[in-house]
Design a protein around this ligand. Structure first.
Ligand code: TRP
Length: 559
């Protein structure tokens, strides 16, 4: 393992380390909050049809190809998606420029992701104050709020969440003398900075190795708790199986507060909605973090002879286990059991589910403070292992274009990232900026990026290069068929989803932007970040054209 701080020779310490780091990047808030929210909002079990289709025909082949692409870039001396695209795209500036899209996307997602990470930290600490009560230690981070988050009525949880995130008006968090939320956000920014500052092996890998077992233990403990809960109220329709049914039945009845059927969700109606297809495909991209810079950047740090197909399969499988089995079993079934079908109103957003409905459930559970702590601590750890992977592509880009040391690149990326976090923390009225960032960068852009990446891999870099890269260091039989799947199945499928969605829904989305100043400001910010990254991409290709790559002594682009 080299620790050279200009980063060009940095490597992961071990094969297990890289698998844990990539799995850590994949397993995050997307698995435990976003996924159940998306399922509940997009027709329950019916959502799983496009989800599984996308997993099989797009995500698995794409993840494998992206690992190969990343390692190829790494062997050519590049670690940023800009450099990786540039080297795979035959050293053409155009491909470097397109790589700017996949470098800036995770960077922007990271801007609001740390804000949510901070909420998890606050909730975990708030519960911890209650857990410690039997030891004579009890603390609350908020004046007038009980440690352990106990409220008399359901509205209490909503008000607490609203106050924590400053939902009432823009700038609300900045008017408090010492806003706990802003302090927690700063703490999270600092942790992310420190880990990227220490580098891929001593920072990211080290942290993921420590956090992964903890995440697993917490998740399993919470799952066992949920599965073994009794129907607390004894009211029919609130068993664990009813909860699962809400989550997983492709067609189901919509009940009102008193349990009467008021509507029916039909699987066919759900499947005819292009929004559901877009949501399912994007959820997969977001969750496995493919086509968004993170996987190819991480893969570029593996040893030239490290295995790619096996690692890709291992991390995708870990992610799906955490998402479908853990994320799908935990929150919604518990909420239906404790609150009944009326809880479904709170599933409308992933945030309401995680930060309002679930605290309400913990409040009703025996030892709820302990379970609340465990759940939010799990979320917090999983969020950190993800958010560091959002910074790393930009850190690598600064190293490659501005010739900064890793430490300085980490400082610069974290600083710039914090500016964006500032924008998100300011425009908190109904979480306006966060929603705009999330929709455009985490829902819409992944598909566009995926289509471009498929073109690059299949038609520019080419199937021969992909095949030889897959064969290099392979410990399992290289899955050569992914090339054809990507070309003939994934590519048309993704085009279809984007066109179908654009045709039906683009108009209303654009209208929303026209009507909202916050949306315009947020999009302008995203645009500016993209332009700056593009400028760096141009610098990179200009420089590399002038000086033949000095770092490529390990590279043999056509192995
Ligand atoms: N996969 C993470 C989650 O599920 C999110 C994530 C990590 C991500 N790294 C990324 C999303 C890079 C986009 C880009 O929470």
């Amino acid at each position: 393992m080299s620790r050279k701080s200009n980063g060009t020779r940095e490597n992961w310490g071990s094969q297990l380390g890289v698998i844990l780091a990539v799995s850590g990047s994949a397993v995050g808030l997307g698995n435990f909050l976003r996924f159940p929210g998306q399922v509940a909002n997009n027709g329950g079990g019916a959502f799983m049809i496009p989800y599984v289709v996308s997993l099989l025909i797009v995500a698995i082949p794409m993840a494998t190809a992206e690992w190969a692409l990343g390692r190829f870039g790494g062997r050519c001396g590049f670690h940023s998606p800009v450099g990786i695209y540039y080297s795979a795209g035959g050293r053409k500036a155009l491909w470097g420029a397109l790589g700017a899209l996949t470098t800036v996307a995770p960077f922007i997602i990271g801007m609001y992701y740390v804000f949510i990470e901070a909420w998890c930290l606050i909730y975990a600490l708030q519960y911890l104050g209650g857990v410690l009560a039997p030891l004579g230690l009890r603390f609350s981070l908020f004046q007038g709020v009980d440690a352990g988050l106990f409220f008399e009525d359901a509205a209490g949880y909503e008000n607490f969440f609203g106050a924590t995130v400053g939902i009432a008006k823009d700038g609300a968090l900045f008017t408090q003398a010492a806003s706990t939320t802003l302090l927690a956000t700063l703490a999270c920014v600092w942790i992310n900075f420190r880990l990227t500052y220490r580098g891929v092996s001593r920072g990211i890998e080290w942290f993921c190795k420590m956090a992964s077992p903890l995440i697993l233990v917490c998740a399993i403990a919470v799952i066992i708790r949920v599965i073994t809960l009794d129907n607390p109220s004894g009211i029919p329709g609130r068993s664990f199986l009813d909860g699962l049914g809400f989550m997983w039945n492709p067609s189901r009845n919509v009940l009102n507060e008193s349990g009467e059927v008021v509507d029916r969700i039909n699987v066919w109606t759900t499947l005819c909605d292009p929004g559901v297809w877009l949501a399912a495909t994007s959820q997969i991209f977001f969750s496995i973090s493919i086509c968004l810079g993170a996987v190819c950047t991480y893969a570029s740090y593996i040893q030239p002879r490290g295995d790619v197909a096996l690692s890709s399969l291992a991390s995708t499988a870990t992610n799906e286990l955490c998402e479908v089995a853990f994320g799908g079993l935990m929150s919604i079934p518990a909420a239906i059991m404790f609150l009944g079908p009326v809880a479904a109103g709170g599933f409308a957003s992933s945030f309401a589910l995680g930060f309002v409905v679930l605290p309400n459930v913990f409040g009703l559970m025996p030892l709820g403070q302990f379970w609340g702590f465990l759940f939010f601590f799990l979320l917090f750890l999983a969020a950190i292992t993800s958010s560091i992977s959002m910074l790393q592509p930009m850190v690598a880009l600064f190293q490659e274009t501005l010739s900064l040391t890793r430490e300085r690149s980490a400082l610069l990326s974290s600083g710039l990232n914090m500016l964006g976090t500032g924008v998100v923390c300011w425009f908190t009225f109904n979480l306006g900026a966060l929603d705009v960032f999330d929709f455009w960068v985490a829902n819409f852009l992944p598909l566009v990026a995926a289509i471009l990446q498929t073109i690059l891999i299949c038609f520019v870099w080419g199937s021969t290069s992909l095949r030889s890269e897959l064969a290099l260091g392979a410990r399992i039989k290289p899955p050569y068929f992914v090339v054809n799947i990507l070309k003939f199945v994934s590519f048309p499928y993704m085009l279809l989803v984007v066109l179908f969605w654009g045709w039906r829904n683009m108009g209303s989305r654009v209208q929303e932007v026209v009507d909202s100043r916050v949306a315009q400001a947020s999009l302008a910010f995203i645009g500016l970040s993209l332009v700056l990254t593009l400028a760096l991409a141009i610098v990179l290709s200009k420089r590399r054209q002038k000086t033949p790559d000095e770092n490529n002594e390990t590279a043999s682009p056509e192995p």
